[in-house]
Design a protein around this ligand. Structure first.
Ligand SMILES: NC(=O)C1=CN([C@@H]2O[C@H](COP(=O)(O)OP(=O)(O)OC[C@H]3O[C@@H](n4cnc5c(N)ncnc54)[C@H](OP(=O)(O)O)[C@@H]3O)[C@@H](O)[C@H]2O)C=CC1
Ligand SMILES: CC(=O)N[C@@H](CCC(=O)OP(=O)(O)O)C(=O)O
Length: 347
């Protein structure tokens, strides 16, 4: 049984890890931290976990994290990089849900996250937590920087079109028009996520530049092997969970005769958590709610030169904690689907 520690167990991704791991037959949560709620039983704060999780929050100092086999950081950016070295030296594997180990270039990290990277020596070793591209590297990794929520959906949608340097679409004019539910902003109190601000409202943000832009670009360039130009516009929509990404790509003459439905179906045929829907489908965020599945539909309106790819995921599951459990399974040689065979929740 893998002993799991979670730093930041009171936040939305932390409690989602607790929910998923409570049913995992190969792993047990032995330590979970909160600075503000230390001493409180997890089930007192989250009664949905009564009968499933029987431990209390500890301070990060008291949590005996070095006795775990793996520690998840479900914390704000900057926390994992301060503790990763010590845990790795103690033989503990580390999975960071924040962005500390996503960007390979520390200068880019400082530019987008407004903080200096405190352990740049680990950036080379860290593996990007995106199984559909990095599965083999993840299996060997001690340290994984999980893909972000928007970056997971956008990269999944563009992957089959760009991988291996394909020249079917104009890679310099990609567009990702993305919408997220408010749980994407975390549980901390902020004015813009109040019901009276975010409810019955729909707005774009980060249009000038969002911190996920360099992460998505880094990933797409790595699979394409050539420069990529992306316009990424996130929006906040009045729902709790879910991301809906509408992606646009201009087809080049070389790509006019390609059967894109077939390309997507073949690319993801063996992926346990990516569902390519039948031609003409319009996936809904509620069709993946609570599950680790991303659903994709490919459209070519009027059989013209523009491809429209629709991707939905649950930001807290495939966009965060579910994908992190998928990565843990790979790192420990467990079946990839273990603990993640979940039917989405409707309505
Ligand atoms: N929400 C989402 O959809 C997604 C989030 N992520 C990333 O996951 C991480 C967590 O996000 P989310 O769960 O939404 O955040 P929340 O704000 O909901 O929770 C943050 C958690 O971290 C703890 N924490 C805060 N500061 C520190 C610190 N300095 N040291 C130790 N613990 C700390 C908090 O508890 P306490 O203060 O009591 O210690 C709390 O449990 C973030 O980096 C986020 O970017 C990734 C993908 C999707
Ligand atoms: C709605 C909302 O605010 N979403 C967050 C992204 C979610 C998140 O926490 O980002 P990571 O995946 O990088 O961890 C944002 O735009 O900053």
């Amino acid at each position: 049984m893998i002993k799991v520690g979670i730093v930041g167990g009171t936040g939305y991704t932390g409690v989602e890890l607790l929910r998923l791991l409570s049913r995992h037959e190969g792993a047990k949560v032995t330590a979970v931290t909160s600075r503000k709620e230390a001493g409180m039983p997890v089930a007192d704060m989250y009664p949905s976990l009564r009968g499933w999780i029987d431990i209390s929050f500890s301070t990060p100092e008291d949590a005996n994290l070095k006795e775990c086999d793996v520690v998840f950081f479900a914390t704000p950016h900057g926390v994992a990089m301060a503790q990763a070295r010590e845990l790795l030296d103690a033989g503990v594997k580390v999975i960071d849900l924040a962005a500390d180990f996503r960007l390979k270039d520390p200068v880019e990290f400082q530019k987008w996250y407004a903080m200096e990277h405190s352990c740049t020596d680990l950036l080379t070793e860290a593996v990007y937590g995106f199984p559909e591209v990095n599965r083999e590297a993840i299996k060997q990794a001690r340290l994984v920087g999980m893909a972000g929520c928007y970056p997971t959906s956008v990269q999944l949608g563009f992957l089959p079109l760009l991988e291996g340097g394909k020249q079917w679409i104009d890679a310099s004019t990609l567009i990702a028009d993305c919408k997220s539910g408010v749980s994407g902003a975390g549980r901390k109190a902020e004015v813009h996520t109040l019901l009276a601000e975010a409810g019955d409202n729909f707005k774009a943000y980060g249009v000038k530049g969002h911190r996920h832009l360099p992460e998505i670009t880094q990933g797409l360039v790595a699979v394409h092997g050539k420069p990529v130009g992306l316009t990424f516009v996130p929006h906040l929509v009045p729902m709790i969970r879910g991301i809906h990404s509408t992606l646009y790509a201009r087809i080049l003459p070389e790509g006019r005769d390609v059967d894109y439905q077939k390309v997507f179906e073949e690319r993801f045929a063996h992926e346990p958590f990516v569902d390519v829907m039948p031609a003409g489908s319009t996936p809904e965020t509620r069709s993946v709610r609570g599950s680790n599945i991303a659903r994709i539909a490919v459209h070519r309106p009027g059989n013209g030169d523009l491809l429209v790819i629709l991707v939905v995921e649950d930001n807290l599951v495939k966009g965060a904690s579910g994908q992190a459990v998928q990565v843990m399974n790979l790192m420990f040689g467990l079946p990839e689907r273990q603990g993640l065979d979940i039917v989405p929740l409707l309505p």
